[in-house]
Every structure is written in structure tokens, then in C-alpha cells.
Design a protein around this ligand. Structure first.
Ligand code: ADP
Ligand code: MG
Length: 243
């Protein structure tokens, strides 16, 4: 079976620092992969490369078998198939919740306003926020805002969802509702790659945990293996520091 995502030999250099150094990663359909690693290990850069927000210095990325890092590819068409959510500042403050969700589908992807709105309302209903459709983001809690941002990333029914530390900016009491939403998406079969520093969450939701160090995945496997019985000294050291 073709992997949904296949990164091969991905290299990314900023100035004199090699952030991704020939990284390989394949993600199967319905699989949830957690990227862990020290701050600065390249987790965000990898997600940004997959969403074509960064240009590779070497290597290739395929989505559903098609070569998306080919320079002839239109990035907007690729991004329509990939949802991405960042740590914070996700919603446009001057747009209502509904307009936040429908902006890209209508403006960028040329969907009809009525179909985008209908789908946005359906998604909001699913997360219990339909009554906030016309509210502005500042009327919502941080957890509600982040759930809206996740739902917004789902509006084009992406093949792949990328989540970059989506709970890091939240007050601790708001983290649970966002993690619950991600668990629901997993249950629905969404293929996801998430960067996280929450090992308990990685343990709960990930099928596979990948530890990044030196620009590569140096250890990977089921959470029980990587988090509880790591074999790589660098993984052991990283986890010891968190403990
Ligand atoms: P992580 O998400 O694992 O904390 P990042 O991918 O954000 O790591 O960063 C990896 C390294 O790349 C860091 O040293 C960071 O400073 C550097 N970096 C990331 N983006 C840029 C950029 N646009 N310009 C220069 N350096 C960058
Ligand atoms: Mg990061």
C-alpha cells in the first residue's frame, strides 16, 4: 500500500546549521505519528517542509505517491490536501469563527460560499461550538479557539493533518478538550503527524513515536517501546531530562 506521506532524504539548512539531515519518514493511512525531540531538533521545520512552507535543500516528499516537492507543483493544490495547525495565533481576530473557517476554502480553493459554510457549521456542531459561529475569536477560550483552528484545517477533508505543539500555548485546564478532539479524529481514521512535548499525549494517541536528533529520526516505534524502553542513548538522555 502506498504511504500517505513519504519523506526521503529530506535536508534543510538554515545558514550554517543543518536542521534536517537526510531525514526519512513514511506515514501510512490512518496512522498517527508523534514527533518528539529537544527544542530546536527540527520538528516544526519538518512539518513546514511537508506543507511546502519551506523549500528542501535535498530529498523528496510524496503525498499519496505524488511528488509534491517537485518545483512544478502548485503549492495551493497540495495544501488543500494537508491541514496544518500551529501552536498559537491561529485564528484571524477580525473575522468571525465561521469566516475564519470558510476563508481559505472560498478564497484560495474556490469553493462555493454555501457549501463551505454548510460544512463549517457541521464541523462546529460536531465540536459543540455551533453557537459561536458568528462570534469573534476573542470571545472564545484558548481551548475553544484551538479547536476551531483544528476544525478549520479539516474543512477541505485533508488526507493528512499536521499538528505543531497545538497545546503548548494553552492554560493547563484547557489542554484536555483539545487532546480529546485529536483523539476523536484518530478514532475517525485521520492520518496525523504531530509534534509534541507532551509524552503522555504521545503515549495515548500515537501509533508510532519518532525521536528526532541531529536532523534525523534516531529511534522510532510504538510509544511503549520508545518512551518506556528506549534503546538509543540519545533518546534515553532526552527522556531522563523530562522526568
Ligand atoms: P523544533 O520545532 O524541534 O523546536 P525547529 O524546527 O523550530 O525545531 O527549529 C530547528 C532549528 O532550525 C532551530 O535551530 C531553529 O533556530 C532553526 N530555524 C527554524 N526556522 C528557521 C528560519 N526560518 N531561519 C533560520 N533558522 C531557523
Ligand atoms: Mg517547534
Amino acid at each position: 500500500m502506498t504511504a500517505v506521506l513519504a519523506c526521503q532524504g529530506v535536508r534543510k539548512v538554515f545558514g550554517s546549521s543543518v536542521v534536517l539531515d537526510g531525514l526519512d519518514l513514511e506515514v501510512a493511512e490512518h496512522e498517527v505519528v508523534a514527533l518528539i525531540g529537544a527544542s530546536g531538533s527540527g520538528k516544526s521545520t519538518l512539518l513546514r517542509c511537508v506543507n511546502l512552507l519551506e523549500e528542501l535543500d535535498d530529498g523528496t516528499i510524496h503525498l499519496d505517491g505524488s511528488h509534491i516537492t517537485d518545483p512544478r507543483v502548485n503549492p495551493d493544490l497540495v495544501r488543500r490536501k494537508i491541514g496544518i495547525v500551529f501552536q498559537s495565533y491561529n485564528l484571524f481576530p477580525h473575522l468571525s469563527v465561521l469566516d475564519n473557517i470558510t476563508l481559505a476554502p472560498v478564497r484560495v480553493h474556490k469553493r462555493s460560499v454555501s457549501s463551505a459554510r454548510a460544512q463549517a457549521l457541521e464541523l462546529l456542531t460536531r465540536i459543540g461550538l455551533a453557537d459561536k459561529a458568528s462570534a469573534y475569536p476573542d470571545r472564545l477560550s484558548g481551548g475553544q479557539q484551538q479547536r476551531v483552528a483544528i476544525v478549520r484545517a479539516l474543512v477541505n477533508a485533508p488526507r493528512l493533518l499536521l499538528l505543531d505543539e497545538v497545546t503548548s500555548a494553552l492554560d493547563p485546564e484547557l489542554v484536555g478538550e483539545v487532546l480529546d478532539l485529536i483523539s476523536d479524529l484518530k478514532r475517525d481514521g485521520m492520518t496525523m503527524v504531530l509534534a509534541t512535548h507532551e509524552m503522555n499525549f504521545a503515549r495515548q494517541v500515537a501509533d508510532r513515536v519518532c525521536f528526532l536528533d541531529g536532523g534525523r529520526i534516531v529511534e522510532q516505534g510504538p510509544p511503549s517501546q520508545v518512551l518506556d524502553a528506549p534503546v538509543e542513548p540519545r533518546t534515553q538522555q532526552f527522556l531522563r531530562r523530562l522526568a
